[in-house]
Design a protein around this ligand. Structure first.
Ligand code: FAD
Length: 392
């Protein structure tokens, strides 16, 4: 254990994780920090920074080297996302969606040929990936998937629309869920497919104007008689749900890490401001009303960090972690919303203007309570694991 900058007691990381964290921090401070505000204001995707991050090996941190990755673990990946989010939430979301959701299904379920063709260049940072599960009518209820895939003349033909897809328009490979039939009980048979962006019949639709995370792209995917070869089926036919559930379990750790990074950024900013800003002839941090907000932020962030690192640690040891990933995501995202809100409050009027960036942290943090399963869905996942009942 050791004490860091703003008085937070940090968990001691293994040396290689600390090296990675320091390298990311150094890169972000030098090359990224100066361009964040402009990209956010202009809602501009940071293509050049993403390319640099790929070159540095940070687009495939938890995957083996023979799959194009850096050969590190989930803890390293969580630390990286936390550190990136501390500077730029949008960039952290781009990297997390690519790594967990784009590469994750291929790592877990891809054949040797699929890994060689898609995962290796993605994890090596040469092309970006994305993941399309959500549809206009299927959000929390992924079973309501309407996009269809029909087997025709030796290939799959996809029709339908996906919504809210991170990295839309910038990814070159999309893993998508589509309905391949009905099961005997009437529920959807869902399968997973790999769709290269240059496939005829595939198009990126409208990009969203979001509340936060402005430099990340979130958009629609359209499939209009989009034909892909038979070998682009990922895993077994009808195996879509187990794939997506497993991928989301891992993805939740990265969204929790993203929330943690935003919360830490809010605490860092609030701490500095509470020490500097003078009112009534003294620093505002000397007023109990402000000091206790800082104390609560620091305490909750320490607890969230413990949950995030615990979920990563379990995953890295091959132990069950669905419950712990949901707990980490639920708690860290709600902490991020509270901490970023407190940071705005501590900044007073300055917190409400763009110049002081804490308003950006607050807008960005809200997404972490929604994406990859809302807080309500996390509570359902947690309750089901504990009660061993199907809570609805
Ligand atoms: C910026 C952004 C990026 C995203 N990136 C991706 C991506 O890359 N890929 C992808 O596939 N999706 C992505 N999503 C979609 C995201 O995962 C969904 O928005 C989310 O799962 C919620 O679905 P929904 O928006 O349809 O809300 P709904 O499911 O309609 O939920 C609306 C409300 O009802 C509540 N609710 C629903 N069901 C229940 C229940 N059973 N019990 C209690 N409450 C319930 C929800 O918690 C929520 O409060 C992204 C979304 C955003 C905003």
């Amino acid at each position: 254990m050791r004490v860091v900058g703003s008085g937070v007691v940090d968990l001691e990381l293994p040396p290689e994780h600390r090296l990675l964290k320091d390298a990311i921090r150094d890169f972000l401070e030098r090359e990224v920090e100066p361009i964040v505000a402009r990209h956010e204001r202009e809602r501009r995707f940071p293509a050049e920074i993403v390319r640099r991050i790929g070159e540095l090996g940070w687009l495939g941190i938890p995957y083996p080297e023979d799959e194009g990755g850096a050969g590190m673990d989930t803890l390293a990946y969580a630390v990286a996302i936390e550190e990136i989010a501390r500077t730029w939430g949008s960039l952290a979301l781009i990297v997390a969606a690519h790594t967990s959701l784009g590469c994750g299904p291929l790592h877990l379920f891809g054949s040797a040929a699929q890994k060689a063709r898609f995962l290796v260049p993605m994890a090596a940072g040469q092309m970006l990936g994305a993941y399309g599960l959500t549809e206009p009518g299927a959000g929390s209820d992924a079973g309501a998937t309407r996009t269809t895939a029909r087997f025709e003349d030796g290939g799959w033909v996809l029709d339908g629309t996906k919504r809210f897809i991170t990295n839309a328009g910038h990814a070159r490979t999309y893993v998508v869920a589509a309905r391949t039939g009905d099961r005997p009980d009437g529920s959807a048979e869902v399968s997973a497919f790999i769709v290269p962006a240059d496939t005829p019949g595939f198009a990126v639709g409208r990009l969203e104007e979001k509340m936060g995370l402005h430099a990340s792209a979130t958009g629609e995917l359209h499939f209009d008689r989009c034909r892909i070869p038979a070998e682009n089926l990922l895993g077994e036919r009808g195996g879509g749900f187990p794939i997506f559930l497993q991928v989301l379990d891992g993805g939740r750790i990265s969204i929790a890490a993203l929330a943690l990074g935003l919360a830490q950024a809010a605490l860092d900013a609030a701490t500095a401001y509470a020490r500097e800003r003078q009112q009534f002839g003294r620093p505002i941090g000397t007023f109990e009303g402000v000091a206790f907000m800082v104390a609560d932020m620091a305490t909750e962030i320490a607890a969230a960090r413990g949950l995030v690192y615990r979920a990563a640690w379990l995953k890295d040891r091959g132990r069950p972690y669905r419950l712990e990933a949901a707990q980490a995501k639920l708690f860290a995202s709600e902490v991020a919303s509270r901490a970023t809100n407190a940071a705005v409050q501590i900044h007073g009027g300055y917190g409400y203007v763009e110049e002081y960036r804490v308003e950006r942290y607050l807008r960005d943090a809200k997404l972490t309570e929604i994406g990859e399963g809302t807080s309500q869905i996390q509570r359902l996942v947690i309750a089901r694991q504990i009660l061993n009942l199907r809570v609805i």
